[in-house]
Ligand binder design. Structure first.
Ligand code: FDA
Length: 308
């Protein structure tokens, strides 16, 4: 295990510590979470999206929150997302929505999550909006993809999924999804996974990313290349040019607050760039995953602590 991978794992393990969580919930926003979180309220996020739209970026929005363990919380999340969809349409934003399946109740009951997703997709369809289901821990991949397939069979074309290149299974998942001409976001993967299911080495994760990205781009669907890795991005651009893949078949996606200069330079080169924004008070696990992606971010957290 490299030093960087060890640091990532340590951050993700520390994230489960109650004292760390309490401390971060109290001071984290001031210490740096606001760099990655587009506010604690929908209004703050909408303001940020409007500004990004004006610069030429497409956006998506996620209300932060992880697995719910009861129907009432899932219903509340559905209401919040319905309000978000309606607000996006009313404000005519160039934006869509990304949602965690466990927030819809996937950890309680697959049918409940599917009913909730169907309801939101129906609302989104009426408003001309698209929704993407995020991908969570490896245990959720099978039910999430099952739900994606059922929603597509049910006639929804405004739904997309995510595949993670760190999982061994992903190349096979992609092969089985391609006949559906899917709208897929490709990421490396943000959760702490064991070597039984995921490549432990970053070189292999990157190699698999290139493999699935090329296969997805050659397929019939729409590919969202969601990475801040410049080498991957330049490789994608070369591949797209060699294979004359139309600009209507792919986009780049990056997280709000991560590599903004790179986001602007891709936009200036004429590519579609989506900035993924997240908002809400439950930002702690999201922020810890961002720290784990780049342990150097801990330095920026530490600097802010000294400055306080
Ligand atoms: P990599 O980790 O190799 O980083 C490449 C370079 O990007 C770094 O050297 C650094 O310069 C910069 N960078 C990356 N992360 C940074 C950070 N946090 N802060 C500062 N710089 C950083 N994952 C998942 O499991 N399920 C999901 O649904 C999603 N959804 C999603 C949507 C979008 C739009 C993006 C961009 C990412 C996700 N992810 C995700 C997260 C993804 O799996 C991955 O953890 C991060 O994108 C970091 O990996 P990179 O591909 O950027 O490469």
């Amino acid at each position: 295990m490299s030093l960087n991978s060890a640091a990532r794992a340590a951050i993700l393990v520390t994230a489960n510590n109650r004292a760390t969580e309490r401390f971060m919930n109290r001071y984290g926003m001031r210490l740096g979470a606001s760099r990655f979180v587009a506010g604690e309220t929908m209004d703050e996020c909408i303001r940020i999206i409007k500004d990004l739209n004006q610069q030429g970026f497409k956006c998506n929005a996620t209300e932060l929150g992880e697995a719910v363990d009861n129907e009432a919380d899932a219903a509340r999340a559905v209401d919040d997302y319905e309000a978000l969809l309606k607000r996006m349409a009313a404000e005519q934003l160039n934006a869509n929505v990304a949602i965690k399946p466990t927030l819809m109740g996937l950890a309680i009951d697959e049918d409940l999550a599917e009913r909730n997703m169907s309801h939101l997709l129906e609302v989104a369809r009426g408003l001309g909006l698209f929704m993407r289901m995020d991908m969570e821990e490896s245990a959720r991949v099978e039910p999430t993809l099952r739900m994606y397939r059922r929603l597509r069979e049910g006639g929804f074309t405004n739904v997309g999924a995510v595949l993670q290149s760190y999982l061994y299974r992903t190349a096979a998942d992609l092969d089985s999804l391609l006949p559906l001409a899917p709208n897929l976001r490709l990421v490396k993967g943000a959760y702490l996974e064991s070597a039984e299911v995921a490549y432990p080495s970053k070189v292999d994760v990157d190699r698999n990313y290139v493999r699935i990205m090329e296969a997805a781009l050659l397929g019939d669907g729409y590919t969202a290349i969601a990475t801040h890795d410049e080498r991957m991005i330049e490789h994608a651009i070369g591949f797209i040019q060699r294979h004359r893949i139309g600009h209507d078949r792919f986009e780049f996606q990056m997280l709000y607050g991560v590599r903004p200069q790179l986001q602007r330079s891709l936009l200036a080169r004429g590519f579609t760039v989506l900035v993924a924004t997240s908002y809400g008070t439950h930002w702690y696990p999201f922020f810890m995953r961002r720290l784990a992606e780049r342990p150097a971010n801990l330095l920026f957290l530490a600097r802010n602590m000294v400055r306080r």
